[in-house]
Design a protein around this ligand. Sequence first.
Ligand code: HEM
Ligand code: FES
Length: 424
Amino acid sequence: MHDYFLFIGLPYVALFSIIVVTIYRFNSNRYGFSSLSSQFLEKKKLLWGSVPWHIGLFIIILGHGAAFFTPKLLQSLVANKTVMYILEIIGLTAALFALFGLIVLFVRRLRNSRIQAVTSNMDLVILTLLTVQIVLGILTATLYQWGSSWSPGIVGPYMHSIFTFNPDMSYVKELPFVIKAHIVIAWLIILLVPFTRLVHMFSLPITYIGRLPQVVVWSFRRQKEAVVIAETEDTTRRYFLKALIGITTGVVLLLIGIVDKIIPFFIGPALSREEKAKFLKGRLEKIKKAVKQKELEHERLINEFIHIADLKDLKNEEGLYFIDYKMKPGLAFKGEDGLPVLYSAKCTHLGCTIANKVKDGKLLCPCHISHFDIKTGNVIDGPALEPLPKINFLLKDVNDQVVVNIDKSKLNEYKVYIARSEEI
Ligand code: HEM
Ligand code: FES
């Protein structure tokens, strides 16, 4: 359930916030729609922080944009291994660059008393989130390599499903924790942008191009000449109306999107007889799958042992799929000694299902080409880092008794089980 909130609810709240609150803030307080520069309070560290941060972030945004909006182009580019390595190195260097800049900016805010005076709690929250986000990004890139080759097939379709109001979290819900956290924090950052000085990213200073250079200097006369700006009732009303129009437009657009989904859900699209039959068949298949899934879950809830196969039916070179106690796929083989060998069939890279054929003593994950040793489960090559976990088994004889001392001459009579107590 929380996945629904994190990967479907939160994105829409974040998008609503970044569109509506940004428009509202722009209309209601254009003066505050800025980075609230502190350059005249401290320059040196700002330069060392701001430049690497912006350059690094710009490159990262370009890379992410390619995965979000042009996944096919990125996929065709990284099909060439050299290009993939180059892109990965550029991405990682940019990330380290951005992290360096961010840490300098963070330390500057915490240590310089003049900057502290103009630092709000929200500044600290957003700086913390950004730092965590960059670290999670670096972890994603290094632990689950090579993101440039797998992310177009996951991130692109997920983002597309969000932006087309057809949310589908199946692409992301099985991802490892680090990547999921990276995605959730991204939505949190997007949600908070309009409440922070980060809104300045939307103000393009186009008029600056033709403007004469200006130097900002301290003027102590300023204190004497402090001007109290009193807004007339008229201006306030105008701001209020503009904000109202901004919010209403945002809400109306969101409602159109929601209604567009809800109406066909209840009324159903107008279909021909053939289409209806096809549609119903699809739904029946889905229901059958769901029933099968629930039956398996039920079986695992009530039984201490689950029958996987008869030992005589297991093969050395071709695994038999089964569902373990955690409702995840497993693979059962016959080892060289004639005894069963059971592995989790969930790839330790990003959770794809391992292929069941053994080739040259190796098991293959087809998603991003990781090979595992059939004897040990260890990674031979590919982006996966952890070995495939073994699943313990037990044998029962013809009388349904658990075999304590294995009799090699009776192997063909034995049945292979997994047991709840043997879960790993
Ligand atoms: C505030 C927004 C975000 C920031 C600041 C951010 C930052 C980063 C950084 C610094 C990296 C490491 C550098 C790299 O390899 O490109 C990274 C990698 C990655 N991020 Fe993000 N990210 C953000 C949003 C997202 C979102 C929304 C997704 C997915 C829906 C995502 C998916 C990924 C993936 C898959 C990688 C690994 C790329 C690779 O291995 O080359 N990021 N991110
Ligand atoms: S999921 Fe990527 S190699 Fe298996």
